[in-house]
Design a protein around this ligand. Structure first.
Ligand SMILES: Nc1ncnc2c1ncn2[C@@H]1O[C@H](COP(=O)(O)OP(=O)(O)O)[C@@H](O)[C@H]1O
Ligand SMILES: CC(=O)N[C@@H](CCC(=O)OP(=O)(O)O)C(=O)O
Length: 250
């Protein structure tokens, strides 16, 4: 079963183009299965500002306190996710919104509690739930949070790019698109068509990568190394974007 995983970044989530919906339909008609992961960090930040809760980011990740986590959950699962599922439904694409606790979909571990607080990395993806939905022709739409391993109530905030890459690897997806607000990765005023694992260190040293692009590139490369053949960072599905290239990938 050919699976295509698409991560919709915060900005991208409210500007899904007609081409996006048409492409999803074309893929489905060609027998592909689609899984979406959504971000929404900018909406979390907007709500934190409204509530006058301090925002702190480190290495492109949100330092997450108990209070921040509550707001993150509320915004991502309560606002961003239903917005995306209703856009899909309105475009005749059958969608089901999912969070970590649905069928124990996503479990996590602390990334570093001392440094980032209640931030996780993916420990396991319950792929059976996803396969069941895909067989019934649904498009699962997943929020980037996890449940701490061996608990039912300790939630962890996880970077959406990291979730998308882990889900793509667990599903052995044939392609992963990380949709964001820029047409790819830029270095020395040029948009890169490809970025190989060997170039990443150079880009970091040159301080070409900052903010959310740092964890995005790290996760994308991890997905390539886990066997996802095509990993692309772009702003629109029709644009070429930057293709991540592994050691042996051609
Ligand atoms: N080298 C780079 N090339 C392109 N964008 C970069 C680069 N370094 C940092 N960025 C920033 O990364 C942002 C995209 O990451 P992020 O804000 O986390 O988006 P998303 O919410 O879609 O995951 C861009 O808007 C851009 O400002
Ligand atoms: C740990 C961490 O940083 N979590 C992110 C989760 C949302 C996200 O990743 O949204 P984008 O993809 O739109 O940036 C956050 O709280 O902003």
């Amino acid at each position: 079963m050919g699976i295509i995983v698409i991560k919709i970044g915060g900005v991208a989530s409210h500007q899904l183009s007609a081409f996006f919906f048409q492409q999803l339909k074309n893929w489905r008609q060609a027998g592909k299965k689609i899984v979406l992961i959504h971000g929404g960090g900018r909406y979390v930040s907007e709500m934190l500002e409204k509530l006058q809760i301090p925002i702190q980011k480190k290495d492109g990740l949100r330092v997450t306190t108990k209070e921040t986590l509550e707001v993150t959950k509320m915004v991502l699962i309560g606002q961003v996710q239903p917005c995306i599922t209703s856009f899909l439904q309105a475009n005749q694409l059958p969608a089901i919104g999912l969070n970590a606790s649905d069928g124990h979909l996503l479990t996590g571990k602390f990334l570093s509690k001392e440094t980032y607080g209640l931030v996780g990395k993916v420990a396991a993806v319950q792929t059976d739930v996803l396969h069941d939905l895909l067989e019934k022709d649904y498009i699962p739409v997943i929020a980037p949070l996890g449940l701490l391993e061996k608990t039912e109530d300790q939630w962890l905030n996880i970077n959406a790019d990291a979730v998308a890459c882990e889900v793509a690897a667990a599903l052995k997806a044939e392609a992963l698109y990380l949709l964001t607000d820029v047409p790819g990765i830029q270095h020395q005023n040029k948009w890169l068509e490809e970025l190989s694992i060997h170039q990443i260190e150079g880009l970091k040293q040159a301080e070409s990568l900052s903010g959310g692009m740092l964890p995005k590139v790290e996760s994308a490369m991890q997905a390539v190394l886990s066997g996802v053949k095509q990993v692309i960072i772009t702003n629109e599905l029709e644009n070429q974007g930057t293709r991540m290239k592994g050691v042996t990938a051609g």
